[in-house]
Design a protein around this ligand. Structure first.
Ligand SMILES: NC(=O)c1ccc[n+]([C@@H]2O[C@H](COP(=O)([O-])OP(=O)(O)OC[C@H]3O[C@@H](n4cnc5c(N)ncnc54)[C@H](O)[C@@H]3O)[C@@H](O)[C@H]2O)c1
Length: 312
């Protein structure tokens, strides 16, 4: 009798915030994990299971080095990307370079090494300002202004989806796209709104608390543990060539978010508006019926998620 081979995943961008959490979950389930990341923003030190994985430090644009890692891989999760709003404005060429060359290497590499299972990270940014709220996966994708460097991020994600779907039709057995909507949690750095607010509250002197925009901008957030549960459902039950929003429908204005945190921390604040960055959007909330059909139920309310971060 042959012993059944343990499934082996390769995660590009696996030392990043989402990648580390997916890795921990795959390791807990007994799978083998290889991470390919240049640590541009990720950190292998933050990964609890670092001794149980195979880590290759490399740039996903380096075709030769990347292809060398694809032997004996059963499934690829492609997360490597230049994430973080400040980079969309300051380094649009880098954002696009990693998006395009990374994508081509991942797709060509999977085809060459006959890897038939691929999960591609897209983003809620592909909707820009959606026409309908909550927004289903069928919403029109947009690039409102080619002159605005911000859209380098969204364009790369739209390309990821279009190329993925077209190649996926013939060359893959299971190619799935997921669109995360504002994932937050522990150890994610301070470049996302919730940890950035928490860090500023910690060092707050006086009462003035600056927020970007009028404060009436609406978002919904998903706690990382819930995100990972949703992603696991996609791996187990997701359908070939399908796209899934991953998020929650608990909407909140940025004003309310700041006030909620101030209440939890018992700090009084006076909100100060500031101009919204060009291309920033006023509202985004996903429709999550499709992922719910796979069995997804978010466990963490926003308050519970924030409390969990503060407890640690
Ligand atoms: N966090 C969110 O709320 C969110 C929302 C929408 C989409 N996404 C997408 O999910 C994925 C993971 O996001 P995250 O929050 O973990 O971001 P992250 O920045 O923490 O992770 C991205 C990882 O990619 C790596 N990387 C960057 N350039 C690379 C290169 N050239 N070669 C190899 N690795 C490279 C970084 O070092 C980092 O570890 C990304 O594709 C992101 O666009 C995340």
């Amino acid at each position: 009798m042959f012993k059944k081979k343990t499934k082996s995943y390769l995660i590009t961008g696996g030392t990043g915030f989402i990648g580390r959490n997916i890795t921990e979950s795959l390791i807990r389930q007994g799978f083998r994990v290889t991470i390919f990341d240049n640590n541009f923003r990720g950190s292998i030190k933050k990964l609890r299971s670092k001794k149980k994985i195979n880590f290759i430090k490399g740039d996903v644009r380096n075709r030769k080095k990347f292809f060398k890692c694809l032997n004996n891989i059963d499934a690829v999760i492609h997360l490597a990307y230049v994430n973080g709003t400040k980079y969309f404005y300051s380094k649009p060429n880098l954002v696009l370079d990693v998006a395009v060359k990374g994508l081509l290497n991942v797709l060509d590499g999977c085809v060459k090494y006959k890897i038939k299972e691929l999960y591609l990270a897209s983003s809620s940014e592909v909707y820009q300002t959606p026409l309908k709220i909550p927004t289903t996966e069928n919403e029109m994708l947009k690039v409102p202004d080619v002159y605005n460097p911000r859209y380098s991020y969204g364009v790369g994600k739209i390309l990821t989806e279009v190329m993925g779907i077209n190649l996926g039709r013939k060359l893959f057995k299971k190619l799935i796209i997921f669109r995360p909507h504002n994932v937050y949690g522990l150890n994610m750095g301070t470049e996302h709104v919730i940890p950035e607010f928490l860090a500023r509250f910690k060092n707050l002197k006086g009462k003035k608390f600056k927020i970007q925009g009028t404060g009436n901008e609406i978002r919904s957030f998903i706690f990382i543990d819930d995100f990972v549960k949703a992603f696991e459902l996609i791996i187990k039950k997701g359908k070939h060539l399908n796209i899934y929003n991953i998020g929650t429908t608990e909407k909140i204005t940025m004003k309310k978010l700041a006030l909620t945190i101030s209440k939890i921390l018992n700090k009084k604040i006076i909100l100060k508006k500031s101009p919204l960055k060009k291309g920033g959007t006023t509202i985004r909330v996903p429709d999550i019926k499709k992922i719910k059909k796979l069995g997804f139920k978010p466990r963490y309310s926003l308050k519970a998620g924030i409390r969990k971060i503060l407890e640690n």
